[in-house]
Design a protein around this ligand. Structure first.
Ligand code: AFP
Length: 321
């Protein structure tokens, strides 16, 4: 079994800043995993407050946020942090070269019903070291990320890392308290048959996406279904399943959420980099996610990603209009 340390050692990256950040993510995720597994009912409650996005904050959102922030603030290579749970950016070490953006606990509205949740991270270098940390530092295009990662707390706890055009998956071995390489060189199947969309939004989405969903529901000539619908409501879990099995994830603009639901910088960008490095693509319907230049740190976007042929098929509906 190849541990995460051995994996990075074999790549001569064990002393790199990048590995130190990944090590922080691992250590933080082990703590979050432990809190989740402990199942203390007190931790699985809502805080009865709204965050900057006007969403209910769960106690575990705050626990996960504090755990990762603690590690990142103590990492001398990290200059600043953006978190879904904090309205403003957080200063780290002014000599550090790296910035990190995170959703510390994605899918947290599922916590109380025992459904998988995740943590998402986008890692990139501060472009201009001669100016003080500011929000502009985080408004980079997704293609300028150096590394992206997520942790999925599911039937097992899995860490997926994308860097250097590669994607690798590591599983937490609870006995050893360490992550081991279990999914080397991940590639998303080019074609798939899973479509993931919240169909409660079906009457308030772009016609092109409506038509694509109708296409997914068409029967074959012998009356069998051609696709299967799956939507957990935890982006990490939905994306991970589709990456492993072949499928498409769609969160479009809706009349309730005219800019979409998902956050560009710390949800869509990292997932889009993982998609890209594992041979797939992502879009908002018009523009590649990795080409979008954010205008604000908590900006939302429509998000489409998954098996290339499925994404291309969906985008062809836009061209046909
Ligand atoms: P929470 O972290 O507030 O549960 O939001 C999760 C999420 O951002 C993403 O993981 C899901 O894909 C999406 O929301 C589900 O949103 P809907 O409930 O509108 O379908």
């Amino acid at each position: 079994m190849i541990s995460l340390n051995t994996f990075f050692k074999n790549k001569n990256l064990l002393e790199s800043s990048l590995f130190k950040i990944i090590d922080d993510i691992c250590n933080g995720s082990k703590i979050v995993n432990e809190v989740l597994l402990n199942g203390n009912p007190e931790n699985f409650k809502s805080e009865n407050v709204k965050n900057i996005q006007n969403e209910d904050v769960q106690k575990l959102d705050l626990i996960a946020n504090n755990v990762f922030l603690e590690y990142f603030k103590n990492n001398l290579d990290i200059h600043g942090i953006l978190s879904e749970e904090n309205e403003k950016i957080i200063e780290g070490n002014s000599f550090g070269k790296y910035l990190i953006a995170m959703d510390p606990l994605d899918g947290s509205s599922n916590i109380s019903v025992n459904i998988p949740v995740g943590s998402i991270f986008s890692i990139f270098q501060k472009k201009n070291m001669s100016v003080d940390l500011c929000e502009d530092d985080f408004l980079i295009k997704g293609k300028d990320q150096e590394c992206a990662a997520y942790v999925l707390y599911g039937t097992s706890t899995i860490l997926i890392i994308a860097f250097n055009n590669e994607v690798h998956g590591f599983t937490l071995n609870l006995k050893e308290n360490d992550f081991f390489l279990t999914f080397p060189d991940l590639k998303i199947p080019k074609e798939g048959n899973i479509f993931s969309i919240n169909e409660g939004n079906i009457n308030s989405i772009d016609t092109e996406i409506f038509n694509y969903v109708e296409h997914c529901k068409e029967l074959s000539s012998d009356g069998k279904r051609t696709h299967t619908g799956r939507f957990i409501g935890s982006l990490v879990a939905d994306f991970h399943r589709n990456m492993m099995k072949g499928g498409i994830f769609i969160y479009p603009k809706t009349s309730d959420k005219p800019n979409g639901q998902l956050r560009l910088i710390y949800e869509c960008n990292p997932i889009a980099l993982i998609a890209e490095f594992s041979g797939s693509k992502s879009s908002d319907g018009n523009t590649s996610i990795l080409e979008k230049k954010p205008k604000s740190i908590h900006e939302r976007t429509a998000f489409i990603t998954g098996s290339t042929k499925m994404v291309d098929k969906l985008l062809s509906f836009y061209k046909n209009e």
